[in-house]
Write a protein that binds this ligand. Structure first.
Ligand code: ADP
Ligand code: MG
Length: 240
């Protein structure tokens, strides 16, 4: 453990050019995330949550401001350097599960390791362990079309953690799920947090926010000052 934040944004703005118009997705956003935190980024639709997650995960770069990982300024790092960072240290889970339909669950989960040149046999072994961690040992040979939405998302989580990333990112990972399927996904995020991972979870769902150790609230691309009080969100009543 160290005092240096694992992730930091300094005065980050993100603007998109749309014809003659400029869309400001983020305006002067600054915050940091410590090792081992479980942070939810909350706010209504269009508030800039996905944009901030993409920048934190080095999938996108700011128009202005700085992006730091463990105190290192990577704002101008090469795409190669960033891809390397993601492959080694970051895992991602998205709302729609993005499993490859022609591969079974085990093969899907092993893919990040195969891309990182791990021997196939070892990759499959570690994929098998990752599926075990999300309670899907009995679904290894199943294809996406043979799995429920909740099961598909658990396969996606296994794929996101198969290389033991330092940070697990989720962008509305329960957005297409309800009931037990949804609760299971949240339980796995909590479990990885308990095991020491840093969690960054985007959601407009108050119940998801309640599980985090800290909440960051965005409104129209700005940080809202009352970040950690859940009550504040009830007043703000973010909705999809
Ligand atoms: P959220 O995830 O909170 O719904 P986003 O981060 O996806 O919000 O979007 C924030 C704002 O930026 C929205 O107004 C959205 O329309 C705009 N935006 C996002 N991506 C693009 C893009 N590629 N081009 C133009 N505008 C975009
Ligand atoms: Mg979004």
């Amino acid at each position: 453990m160290t005092d240096i934040p694992i992730l930091e944004l300094r005065n980050v703005s993100k603007r998109y050019a749309l014809g003659n118009m400029v869309v400001a997705a983020l305006e002067n956003v600054s915050f940091s995330i410590a090792h081992g935190e479980f942070v939810t980024i909350m706010g209504s639709s269009g508030s800039g949550k996905s944009t901030v997650l993409q920048i934190l995960g080095s999938l996108d770069s700011p128009t202005e401001g700085q992006y730091l990982v463990e105190g290192r300024d990577l704002t101008r790092a090469s795409e190669n350097q960033l891809a390397n960072l993601r492959n080694k240290h970051f895992g991602f889970v998205f709302q729609s599960y993005h499993l490859l339909p022609e591969l079974n669950a085990l093969e899907n989960v092993s893919l990040p390791l195969v891309y990182a040149n791990t021997a196939r046999r070892e990759a499959l072994e570690r994929a098998s362990e990752a599926l075990e961690r999300v309670g899907l040992s009995h679904r290894k040979r199943h294809y996406a079309r043979q799995l429920s939405g909740g099961e598909q998302q658990r396969v996606a989580i296994a794929r996101a953690v198969v290389h033991n990333p330092a940070v697990l990112f989720g962008d509305e990972p329960t957005g297409n799920l309800a009931g037990d399927g949804r609760n299971k996904i949240l339980e796995y995020f909590e479990q990885f947090h308990a095991e020491g991972s840093t969690i960054v979870l985007v959601s407009h769902d108050l119940e998801v926010g309640a599980r985090a150790t800290r909440r960051i609230y965005l409104k129209d691309g700005h940080l809202e000052p009352h970040e950690n009080t859940l009550e504040a969100f009830s007043f703000a009543s973010p909705s999809s």
